[in-house]
Design a binder for this molecule. Structure first.
Ligand SMILES: CC(C)(COP(=O)(O)OP(=O)(O)OC[C@H]1O[C@@H](n2cnc3c(N)ncnc32)[C@H](O)[C@@H]1OP(=O)(O)O)[C@@H](O)C(=O)NCCC(=O)NCCS
Length: 172
């Protein structure tokens, strides 16, 4: 598991975490630029969490629940997943609105990227964001990720960023 950062810790999903995550996922401000802007149903929330639990068991990573150390509350998630179910590994993060604007997404994502590249030895991590999601794009910049291209998925335009582990095989 990823080591705690100054203000955050990561853990596995617990069976009743969907109840802790539900108010975050049901906030229209949180889903404004994701899930085509619609809040997920309880069944969808449980399904995403179950899929994350399985992915962690099978591949050693997932979108982990994020715990705010000062009060032990689940305040969102940050971690790794398969981009649109394909071979690329993406970093993802959602935070409860109350916790925005304190550098927490950047703090969590820095730890996740270091874990992915150094511990899991991933060659490359990508990230996608809606072009209007200024906060997310700013986080990607602060992480030192590089803009690669625009990509359309399910009729929605996304900005794709990436970060690679260096040195690349065969590259000095
Ligand atoms: C994206 C998200 C995780 C960012 O979390 P956060 O903890 O507030 O992020 P940070 O504080 O680490 O960094 C946010 C940066 O964006 C900037 N920012 C925020 N809103 C902005 C806006 N509307 N326009 C421009 N910059 C903005 C902040 O000023 C900050 O940059 P700074 O440190 O240079 O001042 C949070 O907004 C969120 O959960 N959004 C909903 C879910 C989501 O969209 N996830 C990303 C999917 S791609």
């Amino acid at each position: 598991m990823i080591q705690p950062t100054t203000r955050l810790s990561f853990r596995e999903w617990l069976p009743d975490d969907w109840l802790r995550f539900k108010p975050i996922a049901n906030d229209p401000r949180v889903v404004r630029y994701v899930l085509a802007g619609t809040v997920p149903t309880d069944e969808q929330i449980r399904g995403h969490i179950e899929a994350a639990r399985r992915l962690y068991l099978e591949e050693g990573f997932c979108l982990w629940p994020l715990i705010y150390r000062a009060n032990q509350e689940l305040i969102g998630f940050c971690g790794l997943d398969h981009l649109w179910g394909g071979p690329e590994i993406e970093i993802g993060y959602w935070l409860a609105h109350d916790y925005w604007g304190r550098g927490l997404a950047t703090e969590a994502a820095q730890a996740v990227i270091a874990y992915g590249l150094r511990k899991l030895k991933l060659q490359r991590i990508v990230a996608v964001a809606h072009p209007d999601n200024r906060a997310s794009l700013r986080v990607l910049d602060k992480l030192g990720m590089t803009f690669e291209r625009l990509v359309v998925h399910e009729n929605i335009e996304h900005v794709l960023y990436s970060k690679s582990r260096f040195p690349q095989p065969g590259v000095k």
